[in-house]
Ligand binder design. Structure first.
Ligand code: SER
Length: 865
């Protein structure tokens, strides 16, 4: 069975059991401050379990792209060292939201594995929760009894809380679980040790493939458990491991999920994959084929590599792959991007976003590879310098840490190179530095979130901010959040709110909450957490159960910028072509930023044209047409642009200004005329094939023009002319002429000096030596030295000059002495006195320095030569 067939059979099976099949959610999460990536199938359904939102069906199944880079087995540094852990993996899952429970979940899992996939029953073991006295939790007898109907009782194993009680996080839905393990060893191996002994023992051939979670509790902030209002099923099956089991392989990397990628790496690197665990080359290949998947899927969902947050995780993963290729496969040029095509071919059908973003993914990876390879090269040079300057054969931990922290140079590579050159590394010192830094960032990120205090049990918050900016609201729940970064803050949820929560590139609304007695509290930000709209304040209002007036401030500036972003998008497509697609945006009250796909720098003409088109539409005073709840299909039929990496529900909101139609949840002006004017202030590159335009509207444009006017007035005053360009051109011309004249005069003067200098040579044996201090500039000194070398054979000339603030040493050696004296070496030695460095060839060398006073010592030292 191919991996494609295995995936399809899973979905078909659960469809036949009445499940709605839904697409995978994006791998990158946008609305969840507690999590950067989908790390299990249930991530996208969290709201359903918490009761914040109603699911579209009570039975759902899918395959979900997941990413885990930390946790029990998924430390990034371990992936590739074994045969069955991954960064990105697919999780097949089926869910019941208050519908079927343990009995059906168990019966269907059994039916699928043994009848559809035909896994031999004697290869299967299951575990159930044994109970936990400290939490007052009983053994899961129900699950045991349901399993008993299918499988021999000696194959049902008790498991502890660590393995058989699944929790989403420190807080939230949880419950006992039942895991299904398969024993893939040979009959011979099985005869030696029973598979039962090896369950949950990290044996590479006795592995867990499926986890059935019976969600029935909610873990509160104080650690206690409360029963959930309804019981749910959440299952997750590791797709890659399932493929290994069904394809009779002993490693995930030997299944057709990975073999095409491995073949491609073999082809590029001309190295053979032998599947060994300890072989560095094999580890490198596993690392690369694992990591390319994580990175490609993340980029296809809109997460570019960057220096913080989720982008940094992606950058680290990709850099780890580059490093392994560089060190163990001798790849000194970008090559990983070439695997994207293979991946698209393999997975593009199941995950169309990969196909659609194929070129972007390739370009971004290639660019990132090129830039990191440059860093590696630079790091190598710095390491060389460290070794050259070292007084002992050990490099300090602090130095290695600097290389790692500031230049991103990996420590294992540092250690490897040092060892090759006979140096050692102070690993303890490095670890200490690393720990200190980790503690600093941990302390900064530490956060304590209390449980919600529920005041009213209203349904979901109604967002009314598209129509009005103030309304009477009631607080339905609140909680305290403490962090080092922000101190103590409060999060409030209202029954209804005009406040727009940060999303779709637009910042969250700010404003005030006013009580009946006039007390005012500032709402400093509004955010979305899953489906909750959270208002963030510094203090908690008094009389929490009273009604309050909630009022949004300064939304209109943000709205103008958001609408301008749509008009900009449209104009860019008209001027540059329809390959332009939005890649990201940021809209606040001050400005707007728009990232889009395009492969060259925009010309000034293109920028002018885009700006003119946007302003034309502003002048046309086009009314907003808003379609609040239309079906996705209706919107697409109307020609609305959808953004990639965005998760849309069945019902969407479409924003139309004339021909500009976009799916958008943001806030907009009622008429384009409200934008007043649009001005582009910068254009530049963000990543390979992605450009960024920054622009301003309304009051900011006015400010911009006032500033320009002010500057112009000042210039007119200073230049005493109305034609500024002509005046400046005239000054520049005059300046150039004066410079040329000065140079000529200097040359003349130097010529005069030559005869004087010749008289100052001293005879040293059969050679002639000149050591001299001067205030002539570098260019003149160079001219004179070359002239002297030519006129006076068998000579060494050392000139110390103090023109300007900086000391400078120049050394000339006549051609016939070059075999004996090296100007570069002499200059290096003398430069130490002026805290400088430099070099050159045997005939002529110069060095600049920092310490002017050191010239006297250098003079003495030179004379000693
Ligand atoms: N949430 C469970 C897991 O991640 C089952 O999907 O294992």
């Amino acid at each position: 069975m191919t991996s494609q067939e295995i995936r399809q059979k899973y979905l078909d099976f659960f469809k036949s059991k009445g499940h709605q099949i839904v697409p995978s959610a994006p791998i990158v999460l946008k609305d969840d401050p507690t999590l950067m990536f989908s790390n299990s199938g249930m991530t996208q359904f969290k709201d359903f379990f918490l009761g914040y939102k109603e699911p579209s069906a009570t039975r759902i199944a899918d395959t979900q792209k997941c990413l885990r880079v930390s946790g029990k087995h998924n430390d990034l540094d371990d992936v590739g060292r074994d045969t069955y852990h991954h960064t990105m993996f697919e999780m097949l899952g089926n869910w019941s939201f208050g519908d079927y429970f343990k009995k059906d979940a168990i019966a269907w899992a059994w039916e699928l594995l043994t009848e559809v996939y035909q896994i031999p029953k004697e290869n299967i073991y299951v575990t159930i929760f044994e109970g936990d006295a400290s939490e007052n939790l009983e053994r899961d007898q129900e699950a045991y009894d349901f399993w008993k109907a299918h499988i021999a009782e000696d194959r049902i194993i008790n498991g502890n809380k660590k393995d058989n009680f699944w929790e989403m996080g420190d807080q939230g839905p949880c419950g006992p679980c039942s895991e299904i393990h398969v024993d893939l060893r040979s009959a011979e191996e099985k005869a030696k040790v029973s598979g039962k002994e090896l369950v949950n023992q990290d044996h590479p051939q006795v592995v867990e493939i499926w986890n059935l979670v019976f969600m029935q509790y909610n873990r509160k902030a104080d650690g206690s458990l409360e029963a959930l209002p309804a019981k749910h099923i959440d299952t997750g099956m590791g797709f890659e491991r399932l493929c290994m089991a069904l394809q009779g392989k002993s490693s995930n990397y030997d299944t057709d999920v990975f073999t095409p990628l491995i073949k491609k790496v073999e082809e590029i690197s001309e190295k053979k994959y032998t599947g060994k665990l300890e072989d560095e080359k094999d580890i490198a290949i596993r690392v690369i084929v694992d990591h390319i998947r994580a990175v490609s899927f993340a980029i296809a969902d809109g997460q570019l590599p960057s220096n913080n947050g989720a982008g940094y995780v992606i950058r680290r993963i990709l850099r780890r792959a580059i490093r392994y290729g560089f060190t163990f496969l001798d790849q000194k040029e970008p090559f990983i991007y070439q695997l994207v095509r293979t991946l698209v071919f393999q997975m593009g059908d199941a995950f169309p976003e990969l196909q659609k973003q194929h070129h972007l993914v390739e370009n971004v990876i290639k660019e990132e590879e090129a830039s990191f390879l440059r860093t590696l090269e630079q790091g190598l040079l710095m390491l060389d310098a460290m070794m050259n300057n070292a007084t002992e054969k050990e490099i300090s931990g602090a130095k290695a840490f600097e290389l790692y922290d500031t230049y991103g140079f990996p420590i294992d590579l540092t250690a490897l190179i040092l060892a090759e050159k006979g140096f050692t590394l102070d690993e303890k010192g490095f670890e200490e530095n690393l720990q200190k830094q980790k503690e600093r960032s941990r302390a900064a990120a530490q956060m304590k979130t209390d449980d919600w205090v529920v005041l009213r049990d209203d349904e979901e918050t109604e967002f009314i901010g598209y129509d009005i900016l103030e309304s009477i609201v009631r607080i339905t729940k609140y909680r305290k959040v403490e962090s080092q970064k922000d101190g103590t803050l409060y999060q409030l949820v209202f029954n209804t709110t005009p406040f727009y929560p940060e999303g779709g590139g637009q910042v969250g609304d700010k404003g005030v909450l006013e009580s009946a007695n006039g007390g005012v509290i500032y709402i400093r930000d509004t955010k979305k957490e899953n489906n909750l709209i959270i208002h963030i304040t510094d203090t908690l209002p008094e009389n929490l159960t009273d009604p309050f007036k909630a009022e949004v401030k300064v939304r209109d500036l943000t709205a103008a910028n958001h609408t301008a972003t749509h008009l900009l998008h449209q104009a860019l497509r008209e001027v540059l072509g329809t390959h332009v697609e939005q890649r990201g945006s940021k809209v606040d009250m001050d400005s707007l930023r728009f990232d889009f796909s395009h492969f060259q720098k925009m010309t000034d003409e293109e920028l002018c044209e885009v700006e003119a088109k946007v302003n034309e539409r502003i002048q046309q005073k086009i009314d907003l047409q808003e379609y609040r709840k239309i079906s996705m299909q209706q919107a697409l039929d109307a020609g609305a642009m959808a953004l990639f990496g965005e998760k849309y529900g069945n019902e969407v909101r479409m924003i139309q200004f004339g021909d500009s139609k976009e799916l958008c949840g943001g806030t907009h002006v009622k008429n384009t005329g409200d934008i007043w004017y649009f001005k582009i202030v910068s254009e530049g590159a963000v990543a390979a094939g992605i450009r960024r335009v920054e622009a301003i509207t309304r009051d900011k444009v006015r400010e911009y023009f006032y500033n320009m006017e002010h500057q112009t007035e000042k210039l007119t005053e200073v230049l005493k002319s109305k034609d500024l360009v002509k005046s400046v051109e005239k000054i520049l011309d005059e300046n150039a002429a004066l410079k040329a004249k000065l140079e000529a005069m200097k040359k003349e003067k130097a010529k005069g000096e030559i005869q004087n200098w010749k008289n100052e040579f001293v005879q040293a044996g059969d050679k002639q030596l000149l050591v001299k201090r001067t205030s002539l500039d570098a260019a003149s000194v160079k001219d004179i030295v070359f002239q002297l070398k030519k006129d006076l054979p068998t000579s060494v000339i050392i000139i110390l000059s103090d023109a300007g603030e900086k000391p400078m040493i120049s050394v000339g050696v006549s051609e016939d002495l070059e075999a004996q004296y090296h100007a570069g070496n002499i200059v290096k030695d003398l430069a130490k006195e002026i805290q400088g460095g430099g070099g050159g060839n045997p005939g002529f060398a110069t060095a600049g320095g920092k310490n002017l006073a050191g010239l006297d010592n250098a003079l003495q030292k030179a004379k000693a030569i």
